[in-house]
Write a protein that binds this ligand. Sequence first.
Ligand code: NAP
Length: 479
Amino acid sequence: MAPRVAIVGAGFGGLCMAIQLERAGIRSYTVFEKAGDLGGTWRDNSYPGAGCDIPSHLYSYSFEKYASWTRRYPEQPEILGYLEHCADKYDVRRKIRFRTEVRRAVFDGAHWQITTTDGTEAFDVLVMGVGQLNRPRMPDIPGMAEFEGVSFHSARWDHEHDLTGRRVAVIGNGSSAAQLIPRVAERAEHLHVFQRTPNWVIPKPDAAFGPLTRLAFHYVPGLQRAYREWIYRYAEGTLYPALSQGWSVGLLKQRALRHLRDQVPDPALRSKLTPDYPPGCKRVVIDSSFYPALTRPNVSVVTDKIVRVTSKGIETTEGTHEVDTIVYATGFRSTEFLAPMEVVGREGQTLEERWADGAEAYLGISVPGFPNMFMLYGPNTNLGHNSIIFMIECQVNHVMACLPHLGGSGPIEVRPEVMAAWRRQLDAAMDRMVWGAGCQSWYKTASGRVTNNWPGPTTLYRRLTARPPRPAYRAIGPG
Ligand code: NAP
């Protein structure tokens, strides 16, 4: 009998899982989605200018080529449209239970009892597809509740609120802020950008695809695949070595400094925008319109420390900036994997307890004591240089390879000694990477442990996830 599979989340990960099950003829799955629509991060992040800084020919499923991309780096509506296209083409939408939030998952010795807003149901397999960046992080600044204007997080954009002629504050200058600031600056009377730490920024070589190029992508055999392969190899061959402090680290820094020099003529502003930590330690911003926006006469970059939010604006150590709108581009609760769901494993331990020192999982997918549970885009599988969709496909392939092993001898889990060895290998590999020292970032916990990023080449990750599940997994007895 085909296993009953519960998939949590209808974003890139959950949809990929659902599609591969469909393609394998396994229809006994349900996708639980807390929102009223699919798309995950590409549904939630609809701020002006939202897009992906990885070209979409690579930031898409390898099995679903798409000749409709209008440019190299399309914006959010196109990416969301692609996901809707995939859901419809592979007919998985009918299996999604919208507005159904998974609150709790308990392994009862044989099955996963999944409690949603609608009740409790048993499944054989649990696949978590909630990603790392699904819960906005609001900062903890005194006085936020007293603000009398309009305020919202970048991932919860208030499209009803017209910014024309407003005095706006944007708190944060990461990838989200860098994309929305140019658009906000075009409308606002004045924009105050509150920067705590400068980021390294490199250009985004965007280009529109004309009708001929799109026709060629559609009709020339192998062209899309070759283009995808080229982007992949370029990212792997030049950006990964910079993050692992290899041959291209100097090149990355030079490129970013040249970009800054070319786009910001004012030496005082340039100095504010120059980081003092190695490039790649925090996510490098890939954008060509961010710096020009900061040089506009109606934009000021504020680097004074924020003291509090008042009813009328933002007070810093040097004075008050009166604004009527505050955009919190302050990122996500990235290290709290799977929260706020309560997940209870074989011995009654919750994942939260198990992960008290930071989340970890074998291949970022499996946790000892949590049989038949698999994560997509789980701990240590984020990338700073290449497409997460590549990683998600590796993970889904791994789950598909595990499914035939769930039969006679009962649920399977990764062996504790395999997990321990995995942790040692990760730690050793992490020592080479640039993320450890010199900066704070969403890649790591408050204690400094990098729980989010994959420290190796993605080619290695593909090889490791493609290995047969045994002997790393063991059966825990008849289900
Ligand atoms: P982020 O990179 O975590 O940036 C959050 C920003 O808010 C930082 O500048 C941070 O400053 C600032 N901040 C947080 N709390 C603050 C406080 N209390 N006071 C002042 N400043 C504060 O978040 P994000 O920009 O949303 O991006 C998150 C990730 O999403 C990216 O790194 C990327 O992986 C992904 N993303 C990707 C794309 C894409 O094109 N592929 C686009 C958007 C987002 P500090 O740096 O000092 O902490």
